[in-house]
Design a protein around this ligand. Structure first.
Ligand code: UD1
Length: 425
């Protein structure tokens, strides 16, 4: 079934919302759990979204056992991983499936995984990943829509990560953990999700040092074993609710977050005149008017995250001035802006720059989400808008947000999910 959100805007948000585990941490960590030829892992604080469900299905097809033992706790046993071909139609749906290739090379010395899909936010090639595999001794070719390799003998190497790519860093960490010798990753990504993955693999008996800095040293080990690990909270989900609170005149406590991971977002919201109170594991956002315009340029961590650029544009669209928003990570991440313009936004896009002129209000309209975060930006606009906003393409939001409509309804929003037959959306 396809789904739409129906939002009657203009109701201020208030109360407490609890953030789930980080999708971008859980995807690599669940994949890494399948590196263990011994024992079992229990992963806590795993978000319940469709990307995670797809990854679990892929791993089951490869021979792993996975079971939800609680709503957010996943049990995994990978001793019997034996199949080296990932199911094409599932793997092609998510970007995180690239990591399955690294897993298969490390565990079985061969693999076949569909080239990944994911959101339409740019070309999203896998060339850095393939270069990384090659550096470790694996010639991975792309044929008939899939990455393929056979008879691979891996050995540790020194590898420079282009553009400090998050996915490439993850993939190299997963693969090199079971690769004989030492692997040195230079210009590695420093995102909190990288540190979370390193902590988990080290708990499995791995030997990774330097995660969170630009250089990661990985001593390959013969075997890894399962262990228990709690996934870090999702800083992007937290940031999304922070911006929704500010846009929808809210007073919201965003619970279960690591405030240090949100420092850029907190600074920017304050620059925009919003009140942000940092607590131990929570932030409270109290909306203030006017919203001041504040420029943003997306950067790798700890810069402003590209994943929060879209909801930021929504917020700036209601500001008292002109904000310049530059997207430097993905070349096509302004797709939602056309939809926002239907709601009354005044925005001009020139290549990777959006010039956002604040308007007094948005007005509800039928719009369509085309990627996870662009979808969240439209929800934020719908919450703030006069009248009814109908958002199609909710499957994108479901990839990265668990129960968004329930969480917002608990904060007082008037939001409903409407299930529709596929050809109606
Ligand atoms: C991950 C996150 C995504 C986030 C992004 C940047 C996951 C599942 N997704 O995506 O939410 O927005 O980091 O923080 O964790 N590139 C290439 N060739 C490659 C790989 C990347 O050209 O082989 C380019 C990309 O197109 C992009 C840039 O490098 O322009 C950075 O991408 P990367 O950091 O790898 O993002 P992902 O891992 O795909």
């Amino acid at each position: 079934m396809a789904a739409k959100f129906l939002i009657r805007g203009g109701r201020p948000l208030s109360g407490r919302v609890t953030v789930g585990g980080a999708k971008n941490s859980a995807l690599p960590i669940i994949t890494a759990a399948a590196l263990a030829a011994e024992g079992e892992s229990v992963l806590d604080n795993v978000p319940n979204n469709s990307d995670i469900h797809h990854l679990c299905q892929i791993l089951k097809d490869l021979g792993c056992q996975l079971e939800w033992i609680e709503e957010t706790s996943l049990w995994i046993r990978a001793n019997d991983l034996a199949n080296h071909v990932a199911p094409y139609n599932i793997a092609r749906k998510l970007r995180g499936s690239t990591y399955v290739m690294g897993l298969l090379l490390a565990r079985l010395g061969k693999g076949e995984v569909a080239c990944p899909g994911g959101c339409e936010i740019g070309a999203r090639p896998v060339d850095f990943h393939l270069k990384g595999f090659k550096a470790l001794g694996a010639d991975v070719v792309v044929e008939h829509g899939a990455m393929k390799a056979e008879n691979v003998k891996l050995s540790g190497a020194r590898f420079y990560v282009d553009r400090a790519s998050v996915g490439t860093t993850v993939n190299m960490m997963i693969t090199a953990s079971l690769t004989p010798g030492t692997t040195l990753l230079e210009n590695a990504a420093v995102e909190p999700e990288i540190v979370d993955l390193a902590n988990y693999i080290n708990g499995m008996g791995g030997r990774l040092r330097g995660a969170g800095t630009n250089t990661i040293r990985i001593e390959g080990v013969d075997k890894l074993h399962g262990c228990r690990h709690e996934v870090i909270p999702d800083r992007i989900e937290a940031g999304t609710y922070m911006m929704m609170a500010a846009a929808a005149s809210g007073d919201v406590l965003i619970d279960n977050c690591i405030t240090e991971h949100l420092s850029t977002v907190i600074a920017k919201l304050r620059e925009a005149g919003q009140e942000v109170e940092e607590q131990m594991d929570a932030v409270r956002v109290i909306a203030r008017r006017p919203i001041h315009s504040a420029d943003v340029e997306t950067q790798v961590h700890p810069g402003f995250p590209t994943d929060l650029q879209s909801p930021w544009v929504t917020l700036m669209g209601l500001s008292d001035g002109i904000a310049v928003v530059q997207e430097t990570i993905f070349e096509n991440r302004f797709g939602f802006i056309n939809e926002l313009i239907r709601m009354g936004a005044n925005i001009k896009v020139d290549r990777n720059t959006a010039i956002v002129r604040g308007v007094e209000r948005y007005t509800g309209a039928p719009v369509e989400a085309k990627d996870i975060r662009g979808g969240a930006a439209l929800v934020a606009a719908g919450l703030a808008a006069d009248g009814v906003t109908e958002i199609a393409g909710i499957r994108y939001l479901d990839r990265g947000y668990n129960r968004m409509e329930d969480k917002l309804a608990e904060l007082g929003a008037d939001i409903r999910r409407i299930e529709l037959p596929e050809n109606n959306v």
